[in-house]
Design a protein around this ligand. Structure first.
Ligand code: XMP
Length: 517
């Protein structure tokens, strides 16, 4: 993709904000890639970067155990921006002095700009503004040829630059990429567009255009298969591939019996409206039989994964000779797998189609592997998918099987479906759906006592879960208004037979998880 777009390379030294830097730059319509700090200069050059950013990171330049990196990068004749640890690296290697700060700075600081000619352009009249700091070291002596361009109370050198005509270094002690830094976007804009001169061509329209050509070139006349899960990623990946190769693509949707209320019906409508060449397979009896009385969450996941592969395999055999499988892998998964930390424990092990390529000897097509989730949603709109579809919350592969806590039965699934549908309806109609990252109901494996119409009841409990999050890795419980929760609870207890109590989950992740199982 970099052949068609100006690119900013971000070298990742392990900051928790690295992905955010990439996203902010893409919001400026400039293509950005994250490479591990250890990437060789040759590989960095292959991206033909218009600028390079050295990210923050947990290490200290003054101690051993720093990540390995190609320090010859500092000789490249493209503008380099160091953020936090990246700034200290530049200071260290260019002959400055980095020391442990007397007062570590974490959180908000007030920044005073001293030079607004380039990196802080447009901010000359703002007066001191808030920036987000997270550092224990600070620059004590400027490298030769550098000058301080901003300061805070605790850091006389909170930003610095050296802009001789061949080598241009810009450094920030704070994080311009986080929302808590005022004017962070302006600062990155000044670097990317003003200093690097990168052109704003990274739009989903141009991405789509290029990718379609690539997919056509790669696939030729071969047959392609795609497993649709009902989620945004697989849907957008399929729509894009369909746009490229039409009927050479067959989409398979396996109804596993643990979908939400009316989900299969709604999806069928979307597939038809997109003119997908698709097959819908009702494999729910197989899934439910295999689940039996299993109550252990991990065992349930494995059973569903296995059943899925079997059902998909059965269907694929009827399609004829297929060479490729389309998968909706996203950029964060790609980054995780190449991160300098090594494949991390956070990688999702639950890609439903994980076992397929090996079993069926298929080659993978991953048209979204360069995109973040918000870009996938934008691309979905570009492709004409219904807004409701592209704004859907994530839904786990094992579906309601891990939301009916304990063993799964058609009766328990029916109760959960009704309760969940009421919750989601209310979230949508009162404007909270888009404000939450994920929201759903769970059916607890206990009964509690209640009283209805003078009668003692002993019935099911529904748990409601709604979270805010950026990527599902960390999450906070959504502070939904009490009257809203009251209304949902009332509706569920009145309308769903067998439920006499509703509880709201107020745990964050960590230490809890988003799902209950
Ligand atoms: P947790 O519960 O781990 O969930 O905080 C994080 C995100 O992952 C989803 N999730 C799954 N997705 N198969 C999936 O496809 C699974 O087994 C699975 N478990 C959790 C969860 O819905 C949330 O979005």
């Amino acid at each position: 993709m970099s052949i068609h777009h100006d690119t900013i390379v971000i070298l990742d030294f392990g900051s928790q904000y690295t992905q955010l830097i990439a996203r902010r730059i893409r919001e400026l319509k400039v293509h950005s890639v994250i490479l591990p700090a250890s990437t060789t200069l040759k590989s960095i050059r292959e991206c033909s970067p218009k600028g390079i950013i050295l990210s923050g990171g947990p290490a200290s330049v003054t101690s051993i155990g720093r990540p390995r990196w190609a320090k010859e990068v500092l000789q490249e004749e493209v503008p380099i921006l160091g953020i936090c640890y990246g700034m200290q690296l530049i200071a260290h290697y260019m002959g400055g002095r980095v020391g442990e700060a007397k007062h570590r700075e974490f959180g908000r600081s007030e920044l005073t700009v001293l030079d607004s000619s380039d990196l802080f352009k447009g901010l000359e009249k703002t007066g001191p503004f808030s920036v987000w700091m997270s550092h224990g070291d600070r620059i004590e002596k400027l490298p030769q040829g550098f000058k301080a361009i901003a300061r805070t109370g605790n850091s006389p050198i909170a930003a610095m630059k050296s802009a001789n005509h061949r080598h241009q270094f810009y450094c920030l002690q704070f994080h311009p990429e986080v929302a808590h830094t005022s004017h962070g976007k302006q600062i990155l804009n000044n670097f990317v567009h003003g200093i690097c001169g990168a052109k704003a061509t990274w739009t989903m329209g141009s991405f789509l255009h290029n990718s379609i050509n690539e997919i056509q070139g790669q696939i030729g006349r071969e047959k392609v298969i795609c497993a649709l899960s009902g989620g945004v990623d697989s849907m957008v990946a399929a729509a894009m591939t369909h746009r490229a190769i039409g009927k050479q693509l067959t989409c398979v949707f396996i109804d596993n019996g643990v979908m939400r209320k009316d989900e299969a019906k709604q999806l069928k409508k979307v597939f038809a409206s997109q003119h997908f060449h698709y097959r819908m397979v009702d494999a729910s009896p197989h899934f439910l039989k295999a689940l039996g009385k299993t109550s252990d969450p991990e065992k349930k996941r494995k059973i569903i994964g296995r059943q899925f592969i079997q059902a998909f395999d059965r269907e694929a055999k009827t399609i004829g000779k297929v060479k490729y499988l389309v998968q909706g892998t996203l950029y964060p998964d790609v980054i995780e797998s190449i991160s300098h930390k090594g494949p991390s424990a956070t990688i999702k092990t639950h890609h439903n189609v994980g076992g397929l390529p090996a079993k069926m000897k298929l080659k993978l097509i991953e048209p979204l592997r360069e995109l973040f989730k918000d870009e996938v949603r934008e691309l979905g709109k570009e492709l004409g998918l219904p807004v409701d579809m592209v704004q859907r919350h994530p839904f786990p592969g094992p579906g309601l099987a891990i939301r009916v806590l304990g063993s799964v039965s058609p009766e328990r699934l029916a109760i959960l479906r009704e309760a969940d549908s009421i919750f989601i309806d209310e979230l949508k109609s009162q404007g909270f759906y888009r404000k939450t990252w994920q929201a759903f109901a769970v059916l607890l494996p206990i009964r509690t006592v209640g009283v209805m119409g003078d009668q003692r009841t002993y019935e099911h409990v529904i748990g409601l879960r709604a979270v805010t999050s950026v990527d599902g890795m960390t999450a906070d419980w959504a502070q939904l208004p009490h009257d809203f929760l009251g209304k949902v609870s009332n509706r569920i207890i009145n309308e769903v037979k067998g439920v006499n109590r509703v509880v709201y989950d107020i745990s964050s992740k960590p230490p809890s998880t988003i799902e209950w199982e």
